[in-house]
Design a protein around this ligand. Structure first.
Ligand code: ZN
Ligand code: ZN
Length: 590
């Protein structure tokens, strides 16, 4: 007697081969047969697969699910996307090892997490002791934590040889416990930003010994501004020469390739790959296309041809990881270094200050100084930043759904510089003065990079943590940081690339969501529909498949996402979460 029989379905086995009609039997968490044609068998549950596509459960190559596993192990938003396994601990960020660190303590405080472990192995044991998670969790040990564990808060410098030895020992402990690799962030404001080449190469040598992946968030990932010195780096402020403001992203990518070439055998998975350069608008679309092609050729294809093991993951939605934000709060973000006259003001106090024309002028000067970013955009490096926000809710309905850029051009139609460097700020000051609760969200005014997402070595990054399947009032509160892509990254990827743009076949898209990440990360017995493999399975109704991206209701389920099965148990069925938490903490087998 089977637990589940799926009969008469289109089967996409995840290897990149075209679909065939067949049946799949599941028992005790495993796939016991995959057969062509119809195969009848007694089962506790039979799913009639007529007209449906059965795929390996999707593997999300890049997430931050680890940040919320301890507080909410259900991982609803991942299951709702057909994801059965997610690779967490990315971007150098996570809760272990703890060691001497202030850095991990700060992250834990930001997420209301109580640290009840010390080493990375302890952390994995803790997650395992929760008694199951919604999805399977694949962990990367974060380099910032490794470094912070040894250097403590004194991290704005290179490590000594003795410290490198200790950092390496922490990495070895993590890999012995079953981590699948190490993530890093070489970007500004974090311990990894200050790691020297000797340290990185030493860690890569150990990773290679374990055939474990190296997943860097590269330097200057988002355009940013030079700081006044190492002690002053923070979000948006890097420690380095002025020239990197423009060319930094490119050099950041070359840097990790250089590391990978210095340690042969390195398994390099570049995090959320973006084009080499950011070119401010306005410019013709072919400039974007040329930069994107050059990015893939130079960063992926040519190094691959030279024998470098390089792959990447990428975000799929033009909204990035954006969510509904209070506009007034966007002027005083906590993670940035703000001048005294702006720091620590309540929303009300800040808005009161906007009555003063001199204060407005001073503020505008600061916003365009380079030392400030709105969410992920720096007005100094990207003057057209104001095309990338849409006003979501405002008492003045006339501005809803519009960008500050449009509103500014209307007011200063004959002087674009005036519109970009002055009018747009005045408009925003007026909006928040009239409605302190006005909100906006970020939408990158650049097309989704189809060529990049369709590349044979490109995988999907959700880049999010866990969120509930429903919100108490039907929508998250502004400031809850719930992004549309938290529920939509994978469905949108399939819909956009396969259905709308016909950039690749469904079976190729599924390969990039299953066997490709499994093979690159070394996740065994998953990522394919094959006898003996764990029964992680996603079933979709492709004809009726449709995503929703509603910033007011990000948790709207994707239509046509029929079943999600994790380790042989149904976790999601036609819009309903079963909350079985049949996912496991996976450990890499060495
Ligand atoms: Zn990142
Ligand atoms: Zn990330």
């Amino acid at each position: 007697m089977l637990d589940i029989l799926i009969r008469n379905a289109w089967i996409i086995d995840g290897t990149g081969e075209p679909e065939f009609i067949g049946s799949i039997g599941i028992k005790s968490g495993r796939i016991v047969f995959v057969s062509k044609g119809t195969k009848e068998s007694d089962a506790i549950k039979t799913i009639d697969g007529t007209g449906l596509f059965v795929c390996p459960g999707f593997i999300d190559a890049h997430s931050h699910v680890d940040l919320t596993l301890d507080s909410d192990r259900a991982t609803d938003n991942f299951l709702m996307q057909g994801i059965t396994t997610s690779v967490g601990g990315h971007c150098g960020t996570g809760y272990a090892p703890v060691g001497e660190t202030d850095f991990v303590k700060k992250i834990a405080a930001d997420w209301n997490c109580t640290l009840r472990w010390s080493t990375f192995g302890n952390w994995m044991d803790h997650i395992e002791s929760l008694g199951g998670t919604g999805i399977n969790y694949v962990s990367l040990v974060p380099h910032n934590s490794l470094r912070g564990a040894v250097l403590g808060s004194n991290f704005t410098r290179e490590s000594t040889p003795a410290e490198i030895e200790k950092i390496t020992a922490f990495l070895r402990e993590s890999l012995d416990a079953g981590a699948f690799g190490m993530s890093a962030s070489l970007d500004a404001g974090v311990p990894g930003h200050f790691a020297g080449k000797t340290e990185i190469l030493e860690l890569l040598r150990l990773l290679t010994e374990y055939d474990a992946v190296f997943a860097p968030h590269t330097r200057h990932h988002q355009n940013q501004w030079p700081s006044n010195g190492p002690e002053e780096t923070a979000y948006g402020l890097y420690n380095g020469p002025q020239g990197e403001t423009v060319t930094g992203r490119y050099h950041g990518l070359l840097e990790v390739l250089e590391y990978a070439m210095a340690v042969p055998g390195t398994n390099l998975m570049i995090s959320h790959l973006t084009p080499l350069y950011l070119v401010p608008h306005p410019h013709p679309a072919y400039v974007d296309d040329a930069i994107r092609r050059a990015t893939l050729e130079e960063i992926i294809d040519r190094p691959s041809a030279q024998g470098v093991r390089v792959s990447f993951n990428a975000l799929t939605l033009p909204y990035s990881i954006s969510f509904e934000m209070n506009i007034a709060d966007a002027f005083r973000p906590e993670r940035m270094i703000l001048p005294e006259w702006l720091r620590g003001l309540s929303r009300e106090a800040f808005i009161r200050k906007l009555e003063d024309t001199d204060y407005r002028e001073k503020l505008t000067g600061f916003l365009i100084s380079g030392r400030f970013k709105f969410d992920m955009v720096c007005p100094a490096t990207d003057p057209y930043w104001c095309k990338e926000f849409v006003i979501q809710h405002c008492r003045n309905k006339a501005v809803e759904g519009r960008t500050p850029y449009e509103l500014a051009l209307e007011k200063s139609p004959h002087d674009r510089a005036e519109a970009l460097y002055h009018t747009v700020f005045e408009i925003l000051y007026d909006i928040i003065r009239d409605d302190p609760s006005a909100t906006w969200h970020f939408i990158e005014d650049r097309r989704v990079d189809i060529g990049q997402l369709a590349h044979p070595m490109g995988m999907v990054a959700t880049d999010v943590c866990g969120f509930p399947g429903k919100f108490p009032e039907g929508r998250p509160l502004p400031g809850e940081k719930v992004s549309v892509c938290a529920y939509n990254s994978v469905p949108y990827y399939l819909e956009k690339l396969v259905k709308t743009d016909r950039a690749m076949s469904l079976f190729e898209a599924v390969r990039k969501l299953s066997s490709l990440p499994a093979d690159i990360l070394g996740i065994t017995e998953r990522g394919r529909l094959q006898e003996g493999y764990w029964a992680d399975i996603t079933i979709i109704d492709w004809d009726n498949f449709k995503t929703s991206h509603d910033f007011d209701a990000p948790a709207t389920p994707t239509r046509g996402m029929e079943y999600v099965i994790v380790n042989g148990r149904i976790a999601y069925e036609k819009g309903e979460l079963t909350k079985v938490c049949s996912g496991k903490l996976l450990r890499k087998k060495h």
